[in-house]
Ligand binder design. Sequence first.
Ligand SMILES: [Fe+2]
Length: 316
Amino acid sequence: MENFPVINFEKLNGEERKATMEKIKDACENWGFFELINHGIPYDFMDTVERLTKEHYRKCMEQRFKELVASKGLEGVQTEVKDMDWESTFHLRHLPQSNISEVPDLSDEYRKVMKEFALKLENLAEELLDLLCENLGLEKGYLKKVFYGSKGPTFGTKVANYPPCPKPELVKGLRAHTDAGGIILLFQDDKVGGLQMLKDGEWIDVPPMRHSIVINLGDQLEVITNGKYKSVEHRVIAQTNGTRMSIASFYNPGSDAVIYPAPALIEHDNNDKVYPKFVFEDYMKLYAGLKFQAKEPRFEAFKASNVTHLGPIATA
Ligand SMILES: [Fe+2]
């Protein structure tokens, strides 16, 4: 098995730019995942994000999680749990409007730091989208523009902790799924692992690496690239020891953005493989009920409604 792709972002500024772009291309085409180092977000700032996230978990979330586990009798389960994940989470929205000031239980310092972190990640996401455009042969700004809709992209963060689990073989930290959105930037615990991705039919670890940002591609990029890049299934295996921190930020299209394969990426001799066209919000409505199921039926559902519009998709 080849090594998990690690991209040294700094090298984009030097002589190794071409080789680094090639590495990103390979990761997008063959993995759907890669890890970024030297990405420009200061490491001491990431340490602050981590410290405040872990403090917040201990102070506001841990007890609540224990009570939930007790109320559901999850400690003593004997058969596989298929309708729940062993995770403690809360969500922050940054774009189109921030809700950070309304999320309960956050200290002023934590709110301020998460706002700043989101801004840095938003910039990184947009930088990455342009690198993807370059590799795909799309004009600079193409993906950002598609994601924009009328009100700009949707950007949010899921802060999760995966506490130690007595029965990891019976209850997953997070059940297998692909991400619905655009591009996902993850700051994960560097000591407690558990994230896995599906590669050539095998689950492999997304290795914890201090100060790295894990990038993965969502369903929308699969549609826009007409399958050149794929959203890849991933899951979290709960651990018996240690709590795993996971701060995943989702740079997604705006709710009214119209998503369709980039005309330049459609091979005209192979019409069967054209992905559908839809409004992002409609995709999310469908995804809400089907997150833990295969993505293909989601694409098919929209394809069925596109049948009479195949022409416009190809030329839009
Ligand atoms: Fe995910």
